[in-house]
Design a protein around this ligand. Sequence first.
Ligand SMILES: [Zn+2]
Length: 85
Amino acid sequence: MPIYAYSCSSCGYAEDVMQKMSDLPLSTCPKCGEESFSKQVTAAGFALKGSGWYATDFKSGNKAADKKEEAPSHACGTGGCTACS
Ligand SMILES: [Zn+2]
């Protein structure tokens, strides 16, 4: 589950919030109650992207997805068929 850095532009309160991708972003500051609590673009997010493990993980994930997609399109299903390799 991704962690988002939120901060309040009204009182300056900052908090890291763990949310599902599908969760609605928060807008109400838990400290002052103003509707000025918003998601921040963090340096941590960029560091994660540049570290390499994410890119590698994404690549292998794609490969697996491709294989899964291909499998049902072959009628023979024996695994020994040269057309299916
Ligand atoms: Zn606030």
